[in-house]
Design a protein around this ligand. Structure first.
Ligand SMILES: [Ca+2]
Length: 369
């Protein structure tokens, strides 16, 4: 069995050139950081036998979205890569404002409109600088023969600072566009309902404020967030979001309309009346640095940067574990048709880039048990 798995490893990773020493380091770092006990040898065997690399040489990839058989991956320095049938096409993108090259900033969230086949339209979230400062904005982008072109600004001047730009875009089952925004390294704004920072925002697909938002004239759906970068829905319509804590205390929250998730008043497992504590937290000693999220079969799959893993959170048992390790930092995940897809994030200067990093991977969901 071991021999067979090694043989398959060679085939699958002939272009991957993974260093086993590096994997070992990641394994140890992971165990230190997450404190999750697991069976290391079983984990390695699974990774070796069941993983497929769908694309490589991605440049700080940030977001996965998919249309039919085509993946569209954003690259934080300002690119969109289409991957279809093992063909990789780097598409140009023309933005109205100068994109910021600050840490963690750039082209972040990206999601295709429900009628993308006809409209060629998508939503994008990017950080920019102009004479009045550095901000994030949500825009529509249209694809033509000339590449992607910024068309309409749906929401502008979302706060941006040294760090914590938020940036995830997802369309909910209610056909609203959700936007996760960070506190822009200015914690107080997360509690300020007049600020767009440290929030989860909700808008109609045309950019207007939904009539059934908690406040009728506000995009704010929930607040008291530090730096949320992932959002996903269960099959019953519950909303879950991931959020980076302030050194450890990362959170997975169950999001409710108008609720306050506590930052910076409380964090992690702390409790206070009127504030919502997380469903899961990494605790005081562990850092996941959670980013993109996906849902499948009563489980949440969460990309972990510092945790260098895909984490699985079981919503029925309240248990969590690592299901993919040894590939470095993970930025985003996507689930579809019994497969888990994910992108590594080792080329942003904070990780150890392997040969041909970063990569888009696929693994069968049945291999995660
Ligand atoms: Ca919180």
């Amino acid at each position: 069995m071991k021999k067979m798995s090694v043989a398959i490893l060679l085939v699958l990773f002939i272009i991957g050139a993974c260093s086993s020493n590096q994997n070992q380091e990641f394994q140890e770092e992971k165990q230190d950081q997450t404190g999750v006990e697991n069976n290391q040898s079983a984990n390695e065997e699974r990774t070796e036998t069941e993983l497929t690399v769908l694309a490589e040489n991605l440049d700080v990839p940030w977001s996965i979205t998919k249309h039919q058989n085509a993946f569209y991956i954003t690259e934080r320095p300002g690119g969109i890569v289409k991957i279809e049938n093992e063909e990789m096409e780097r598409q140009t993108i023309s933005l109205e404002k100068d994109q910021s090259d600050a840490a963690e900033a750039g082209l972040l969230g990206f999601v295709l409109t429900p009628d993308f086949s006809e409209s060629n339209l998508a939503y994008g979230y990017y950080t920019y600088t102009d004479e009045s400062g550095q901000f994030n904005r949500v825009v529509t982008l249209r694809l033509s023969d000339e590449g992607w072109q910024e068309e309409e600004v749906l929401i502008d001047e979302i706060p941006s600072g040294t760090y914590h730009h938020g940036g995830r875009l997802e369309i909910g089952p209610d056909d609203k566009l959700y936007v996760t925004t960070g506190d822009a390294s200015n914690a107080e704004i997360a509690q300020d309902l007049n600020s767009l920072g440290g929030k989860i925002l909700r808008m109609e697909l045309d950019g207007s404020i939904p009539e059934d938002n908690p406040e009728s004239d506000s995009y704010v759906y929930s607040y008291g967030h530090r730096n949320p970068q992932g959002i996903a829905w269960s099959s019953s319509g519950e909303i879950y979001a991931s959020e980076h804590g302030n050194s450890a205390n990362d959170e997975i929250n169950n999001i409710g309309a108008g609720e306050n998730y506590g930052w910076p008043i409380i964090e992690g497992n702390q409790e206070r009346e009127g504030l919502v504590s997380p469903l899961f937290t990494s605790g005081d000693d562990t850092t996941w640095a959670p980013s993109g999220m996906a849902y499948s079969d009563e489980k949440l799959y969460v990309a972990a940067l510092r945790g260098t893993a895909v984490l699985e959170f079981d919503l029925e048992t309240n248990q969590h574990k690592e299901v993919v390790t040894g590939l470095g930092r993970i930025r985003d995940v996507w689930t579809e048709d019994n497969y888990l897809y994910f992108i590594s994030n080792n080329t942003d200067g904070r990780g150890s880039a392997e040969v041909n990093d970063d990569k888009l991977y696929r693994i069968g969901m049945s291999e995660l048990d």
